[in-house]
Design a protein around this ligand. Sequence first.
Ligand code: CA
Length: 221
Amino acid sequence: MTILVVEDEEGIVSFVRRGLEDAGHRVVTASDGVDGLVMALSTDVELIVLDLGLPHLSGEEVLRRLRLRRPSVPVIVLTAKDAVSDRIANLDAGADDYMVKPFSVNELLARVRARLRTGGQDRTDALTAGDITLDLARHIAFVAGATISLSAREFDLLSVFLHHPGQVFSQTRLLDLVWGYDFDGASNVVEVYISQLRRKLGAEHIQTVRGVGYRLSDGAR
Ligand code: CA
């Protein structure tokens, strides 16, 4: 059982590491959001303890991007923020549980045990809408049973639509979700990727809602 701890405060990392290792877990660590996301995408990692205040990429952003690829790996969020609305926002963004600092190691171990018991049961590693299926663990897309080769970005973009089948997404929202807030490339990147997806999936699968954005078409839901 490998647990990833993503936290930039060394004191907390060593405290958490000691507690988890004493309980028999293998622990790997990352001290910023970028390294944390890369390690979190590795399938060896079976549970993630994620701090929200991280350098380079915030914990919220790590969580959002992680969920596109690995919807079922359990994530326990560490937060210094005590506001109820923050907690709810974190859970909405795909955290399974949260702990407010400071916390005791026994409390953390209890949460880890609970998450490992229930982890993955309420989510699946495959998404389906109409004749499109995404195998998130193996990163493969199928349309009507045939394998479609997608780039990592195309895959992430399509998985946003499959996570929310009826929902219309504006270009700005898609940029935030798939490319991240700090993206400063070409402004038509979303349009370009939508047309690539249409070419690969069949144009009828993604509908343009004029003046608003894009969604999966009715036939694909
Ligand atoms: Ca921090």
